[in-house]
Design a protein around this ligand. Sequence first.
Ligand code: ZN
Length: 302
Amino acid sequence: MSKVEKNLFVVDLIDDLPGVISTFIIKVNERDVVIVDPGPSSGYRNLKKWLDSRGLRVRYVIVTHIHIDHAGSTGLLVKDYPVEKVFVHPRGSKHLVNPEKLWNASKEVLGEVAELYGKPEPVPEDKIFVPQDGEEINLGHRKFKFIYTPGHASHHMSILLLDEKVMFTGDSAGVILDVNNKIVQAPTTPPIFKPKLYLESLDKMINLSPKALYIAPTHFGLREPFDVLIQNHKDQTVLWLETISRAIKEGVDDINKIIELLAEKDNNVKILMQYGSDFLKGEFIVNSLLGMVDAIKRGEWD
Ligand SMILES: [Zn+2]
Protein backbone atom coordinates (compact mmCIF):
# COMPACT_ATOMS: atom_id res chain seq x y z
CA MET A 1 0.00 0.00 0.00
CA SER A 2 1.32 3.41 -0.90
CA LYS A 3 1.77 6.17 1.62
CA VAL A 4 0.76 8.77 -0.98
CA GLU A 5 -2.87 7.76 -1.27
CA LYS A 6 -5.11 4.74 -1.30
CA ASN A 7 -5.42 4.44 -5.10
CA LEU A 8 -1.72 4.11 -5.91
CA PHE A 9 -0.01 0.77 -5.30
CA VAL A 10 3.57 -0.45 -5.59
CA VAL A 11 4.01 -4.17 -6.27
CA ASP A 12 7.36 -5.98 -5.96
CA LEU A 13 7.49 -8.29 -8.98
CA ILE A 14 10.44 -10.67 -8.85
CA ASP A 15 10.84 -13.01 -5.89
CA ASP A 16 14.50 -13.70 -6.74
CA LEU A 17 15.34 -9.97 -6.83
CA PRO A 18 13.35 -8.46 -3.95
CA GLY A 19 13.17 -4.67 -3.84
CA VAL A 20 14.58 -4.27 -7.34
CA ILE A 21 11.70 -4.25 -9.85
CA SER A 22 8.49 -2.45 -8.97
CA THR A 23 5.34 -1.89 -10.94
CA PHE A 24 2.90 0.93 -10.25
CA ILE A 25 -0.85 0.37 -10.25
CA ILE A 26 -3.22 3.31 -10.22
CA LYS A 27 -6.94 2.81 -9.70
CA VAL A 28 -8.80 5.15 -12.04
CA ASN A 29 -12.32 3.83 -11.52
CA GLU A 30 -14.04 1.37 -9.21
CA ARG A 31 -12.34 -1.70 -10.78
CA ASP A 32 -10.20 -0.24 -13.59
CA VAL A 33 -6.48 0.35 -13.28
CA VAL A 34 -3.61 1.94 -15.18
CA ILE A 35 -0.30 0.10 -14.91
CA VAL A 36 2.96 1.99 -15.27
CA ASP A 37 5.86 -0.32 -16.21
CA PRO A 38 4.26 -3.76 -15.85
CA GLY A 39 7.71 -5.36 -15.61
CA PRO A 40 9.33 -8.40 -17.17
CA SER A 41 7.47 -11.50 -18.40
CA SER A 42 8.87 -13.46 -15.47
CA GLY A 43 7.08 -11.15 -13.02
CA TYR A 44 3.72 -11.55 -14.73
CA ARG A 45 2.47 -14.38 -12.52
CA ASN A 46 2.90 -12.25 -9.40
CA LEU A 47 1.30 -9.27 -11.10
CA LYS A 48 -1.72 -11.24 -12.32
CA LYS A 49 -2.21 -12.84 -8.92
CA TRP A 50 -2.14 -9.42 -7.27
CA LEU A 51 -4.68 -7.97 -9.73
CA ASP A 52 -7.05 -10.96 -9.78
CA SER A 53 -7.18 -11.36 -6.00
CA ARG A 54 -8.54 -7.79 -5.88
CA GLY A 55 -10.90 -8.19 -8.85
CA LEU A 56 -9.14 -5.43 -10.82
CA ARG A 57 -9.22 -4.89 -14.59
CA VAL A 58 -6.30 -3.45 -16.52
CA ARG A 59 -7.59 -0.73 -18.85
CA TYR A 60 -4.36 1.08 -19.77
CA VAL A 61 -0.68 0.22 -19.77
CA ILE A 62 2.04 2.88 -19.81
CA VAL A 63 5.64 1.87 -20.46
CA THR A 64 8.35 4.41 -19.62
CA HIS A 65 10.52 2.62 -22.18
CA ILE A 66 10.65 -0.76 -23.88
CA HIS A 67 13.52 -2.45 -21.97
CA ILE A 68 12.32 -5.92 -21.04
CA ASP A 69 12.48 -5.40 -17.26
CA HIS A 70 9.94 -2.56 -17.69
CA ALA A 71 7.69 -3.54 -20.60
CA GLY A 72 8.21 -7.30 -21.10
CA SER A 73 4.81 -8.42 -19.81
CA THR A 74 2.73 -5.87 -21.76
CA GLY A 75 1.69 -8.42 -24.41
CA LEU A 76 0.55 -10.87 -21.71
CA LEU A 77 -1.59 -8.18 -20.06
CA VAL A 78 -3.25 -7.32 -23.38
CA LYS A 79 -4.13 -11.01 -23.86
CA ASP A 80 -5.69 -11.43 -20.40
CA TYR A 81 -7.36 -8.07 -19.69
CA PRO A 82 -9.60 -5.60 -21.55
CA VAL A 83 -6.68 -3.25 -22.24
CA GLU A 84 -7.76 -0.32 -24.42
CA LYS A 85 -4.43 1.39 -24.98
CA VAL A 86 -0.73 0.84 -24.47
CA PHE A 87 1.17 4.15 -24.20
CA VAL A 88 4.73 4.09 -25.55
CA HIS A 89 7.33 6.53 -26.90
CA PRO A 90 7.23 6.76 -30.75
CA ARG A 91 10.72 5.24 -30.99
CA GLY A 92 9.66 2.20 -28.98
CA SER A 93 6.31 1.30 -30.52
CA LYS A 94 7.51 -1.01 -33.31
CA HIS A 95 9.54 -3.08 -30.83
CA LEU A 96 6.48 -3.76 -28.70
CA VAL A 97 4.60 -4.94 -31.79
CA ASN A 98 7.53 -7.07 -32.97
CA PRO A 99 9.81 -7.81 -30.01
CA GLU A 100 12.18 -10.24 -31.79
CA LYS A 101 14.97 -7.71 -32.39
CA LEU A 102 14.59 -6.30 -28.88
CA TRP A 103 14.83 -9.80 -27.40
CA ASN A 104 18.00 -10.61 -29.35
CA ALA A 105 19.58 -7.28 -28.32
CA SER A 106 18.56 -7.91 -24.69
CA LYS A 107 20.27 -11.31 -24.70
CA GLU A 108 23.40 -9.72 -26.14
CA VAL A 109 23.58 -6.88 -23.59
CA LEU A 110 22.19 -8.65 -20.50
CA GLY A 111 23.30 -12.25 -21.05
CA GLU A 112 21.79 -14.58 -18.43
CA VAL A 113 19.81 -11.74 -16.87
CA ALA A 114 17.69 -11.54 -20.05
CA GLU A 115 16.60 -15.15 -19.47
CA LEU A 116 15.77 -14.28 -15.86
CA TYR A 117 13.43 -11.52 -17.15
CA GLY A 118 11.94 -13.69 -19.89
CA LYS A 119 11.01 -13.18 -23.52
CA PRO A 120 8.35 -10.53 -24.26
CA GLU A 121 5.13 -11.38 -26.12
CA PRO A 122 4.10 -9.09 -29.01
CA VAL A 123 1.53 -6.33 -28.46
CA PRO A 124 -1.20 -5.99 -31.15
CA GLU A 125 -0.57 -2.84 -33.19
CA ASP A 126 -4.13 -1.52 -32.76
CA LYS A 127 -3.55 -1.18 -28.99
CA ILE A 128 -0.53 1.11 -29.38
CA PHE A 129 -0.96 4.81 -28.59
CA VAL A 130 1.93 7.25 -28.95
CA PRO A 131 1.65 10.41 -26.83
CA GLN A 132 3.30 13.69 -27.85
CA ASP A 133 6.00 15.23 -25.69
CA GLY A 134 4.20 17.25 -23.01
CA GLU A 135 0.77 15.80 -23.81
CA GLU A 136 -1.75 15.54 -20.97
CA ILE A 137 -4.21 12.66 -21.14
CA ASN A 138 -7.13 11.76 -18.88
CA LEU A 139 -7.46 8.07 -18.04
CA GLY A 140 -10.56 7.42 -15.97
CA HIS A 141 -10.66 10.30 -13.49
CA ARG A 142 -6.87 10.80 -13.37
CA LYS A 143 -4.68 13.04 -15.51
CA PHE A 144 -1.28 11.89 -16.78
CA LYS A 145 1.36 14.09 -18.42
CA PHE A 146 3.90 12.47 -20.75
CA ILE A 147 7.42 13.92 -20.90
CA TYR A 148 10.08 12.63 -23.29
CA THR A 149 13.24 11.95 -21.28
CA PRO A 150 15.91 10.40 -23.55
CA GLY A 151 19.46 9.57 -22.43
CA HIS A 152 19.06 6.23 -20.68
CA ALA A 153 17.42 5.19 -23.94
CA SER A 154 16.17 7.11 -26.98
CA HIS A 155 12.67 5.66 -26.40
CA HIS A 156 12.27 6.82 -22.79
CA MET A 157 9.49 9.00 -21.38
CA SER A 158 8.61 9.90 -17.82
CA ILE A 159 5.08 10.39 -16.61
CA LEU A 160 3.67 12.88 -14.17
CA LEU A 161 0.46 11.96 -12.38
CA LEU A 162 -0.61 15.55 -11.98
CA ASP A 163 -3.00 15.62 -9.06
CA GLU A 164 -0.83 13.33 -6.97
CA LYS A 165 2.43 15.08 -7.67
CA VAL A 166 4.18 11.81 -8.50
CA MET A 167 6.75 11.46 -11.30
CA PHE A 168 7.24 7.96 -12.70
CA THR A 169 10.83 8.10 -13.88
CA GLY A 170 11.44 4.58 -15.21
CA ASP A 171 15.24 4.55 -15.56
CA SER A 172 15.62 8.24 -16.49
CA ALA A 173 16.67 9.29 -12.97
CA GLY A 174 18.65 6.21 -11.96
CA VAL A 175 17.79 3.72 -9.26
CA ILE A 176 16.93 4.34 -5.62
CA LEU A 177 17.27 1.14 -3.60
CA ASP A 178 17.31 -0.01 0.01
CA VAL A 179 20.67 -1.63 0.58
CA ASN A 180 21.33 -2.82 4.12
CA ASN A 181 18.70 -0.35 5.38
CA LYS A 182 20.40 2.54 3.62
CA ILE A 183 18.92 4.47 0.69
CA VAL A 184 21.30 4.21 -2.25
CA GLN A 185 21.09 6.16 -5.51
CA ALA A 186 22.95 5.14 -8.67
CA PRO A 187 22.77 5.75 -12.41
CA THR A 188 21.53 2.90 -14.59
CA THR A 189 23.25 3.70 -17.83
CA PRO A 190 23.96 0.61 -19.96
CA PRO A 191 25.01 1.07 -23.61
CA ILE A 192 23.83 3.04 -25.58
CA PHE A 193 23.94 5.81 -22.97
CA LYS A 194 23.73 9.47 -24.07
CA PRO A 195 25.15 11.58 -21.22
CA LYS A 196 24.13 15.04 -22.42
CA LEU A 197 20.56 14.02 -23.25
CA TYR A 198 20.36 12.27 -19.88
CA LEU A 199 21.37 15.39 -17.93
CA GLU A 200 19.05 17.56 -20.06
CA SER A 201 16.20 15.17 -19.25
CA LEU A 202 16.85 15.54 -15.51
CA ASP A 203 16.67 19.35 -15.90
CA LYS A 204 13.52 19.00 -17.97
CA MET A 205 11.83 16.94 -15.25
CA ILE A 206 12.78 19.47 -12.57
CA ASN A 207 11.56 22.42 -14.67
CA LEU A 208 8.31 20.84 -15.86
CA SER A 209 7.15 19.57 -12.51
CA PRO A 210 7.81 22.21 -9.86
CA LYS A 211 5.10 20.75 -7.63
CA ALA A 212 6.22 17.12 -7.78
CA LEU A 213 6.79 15.69 -4.33
CA TYR A 214 7.44 12.02 -5.04
CA ILE A 215 9.69 10.20 -7.45
CA ALA A 216 8.68 6.70 -8.54
CA PRO A 217 11.68 4.96 -10.15
CA THR A 218 10.89 1.47 -11.43
CA HIS A 219 13.91 0.36 -9.41
CA PHE A 220 12.34 0.87 -6.79
CA GLY A 221 9.17 2.22 -5.22
CA LEU A 222 7.98 5.66 -4.14
CA ARG A 223 10.54 8.08 -2.72
CA GLU A 224 10.67 11.67 -1.53
CA PRO A 225 11.55 14.49 -1.82
CA PHE A 226 11.49 14.59 -5.62
CA ASP A 227 13.61 17.71 -6.17
CA VAL A 228 16.40 16.75 -3.76
CA LEU A 229 16.67 13.21 -5.11
CA ILE A 230 16.78 14.37 -8.74
CA GLN A 231 19.41 17.03 -7.96
CA ASN A 232 21.53 14.51 -6.01
CA HIS A 233 21.32 12.14 -8.92
CA LYS A 234 22.34 14.83 -11.40
CA ASP A 235 25.41 15.74 -9.32
CA GLN A 236 26.24 12.05 -8.94
CA THR A 237 26.01 11.35 -12.68
CA VAL A 238 28.38 14.25 -13.44
CA LEU A 239 30.79 12.99 -10.75
CA TRP A 240 30.79 9.49 -12.27
CA LEU A 241 31.32 10.80 -15.81
CA GLU A 242 34.15 13.11 -14.72
CA THR A 243 35.83 10.39 -12.66
CA ILE A 244 35.62 7.83 -15.46
CA SER A 245 36.72 10.34 -18.10
CA ARG A 246 39.82 11.20 -16.05
CA ALA A 247 40.58 7.52 -15.46
CA ILE A 248 40.38 6.76 -19.18
CA LYS A 249 42.69 9.70 -19.97
CA GLU A 250 45.17 8.26 -17.47
CA GLY A 251 45.01 4.91 -19.20
CA VAL A 252 42.81 3.12 -16.62
CA ASP A 253 40.48 0.80 -18.51
CA ASP A 254 39.71 -1.92 -15.98
CA ILE A 255 36.10 -1.78 -14.72
CA ASN A 256 37.04 -3.01 -11.23
CA LYS A 257 39.63 -0.27 -10.89
CA ILE A 258 37.02 2.30 -12.01
CA ILE A 259 34.59 0.97 -9.37
CA GLU A 260 37.33 1.46 -6.73
CA LEU A 261 37.89 5.04 -7.87
CA LEU A 262 34.15 5.77 -7.72
CA ALA A 263 33.78 4.18 -4.28
CA GLU A 264 36.38 6.64 -2.95
CA LYS A 265 34.25 9.58 -4.10
CA ASP A 266 30.67 8.35 -3.86
CA ASN A 267 29.37 6.74 -0.68
CA ASN A 268 26.50 5.15 -2.65
CA VAL A 269 29.03 3.02 -4.53
CA LYS A 270 30.80 2.09 -1.31
CA ILE A 271 27.54 0.84 0.23
CA LEU A 272 26.53 -1.01 -2.96
CA MET A 273 29.86 -2.81 -3.17
CA GLN A 274 29.89 -3.62 0.53
CA TYR A 275 26.30 -4.78 1.04
CA GLY A 276 24.67 -5.12 -2.40
CA SER A 277 23.47 -8.43 -3.85
CA ASP A 278 25.64 -10.21 -6.42
CA PHE A 279 23.29 -8.84 -9.10
CA LEU A 280 23.82 -5.22 -7.98
CA LYS A 281 27.58 -5.60 -7.52
CA GLY A 282 27.89 -7.49 -10.78
CA GLU A 283 25.64 -6.97 -13.80
CA PHE A 284 24.04 -3.77 -12.57
CA ILE A 285 27.11 -1.62 -11.82
CA VAL A 286 29.22 -3.12 -14.61
CA ASN A 287 26.58 -2.48 -17.29
CA SER A 288 26.14 1.11 -16.14
CA LEU A 289 29.88 1.72 -16.27
CA LEU A 290 30.19 0.09 -19.69
CA GLY A 291 27.58 2.55 -20.99
CA MET A 292 29.48 5.51 -19.54
CA VAL A 293 32.89 4.30 -20.76
CA ASP A 294 31.45 3.71 -24.21
CA ALA A 295 29.88 7.22 -24.34
CA ILE A 296 33.15 8.84 -23.20
CA LYS A 297 35.12 6.90 -25.84
CA ARG A 298 32.61 8.08 -28.50
CA GLY A 299 33.56 11.64 -27.47
CA GLU A 300 30.17 12.48 -25.93
CA TRP A 301 31.70 13.76 -22.68
CA ASP A 302 34.82 15.89 -22.36
ZN1 ZN B 1 16.06 0.62 -19.06
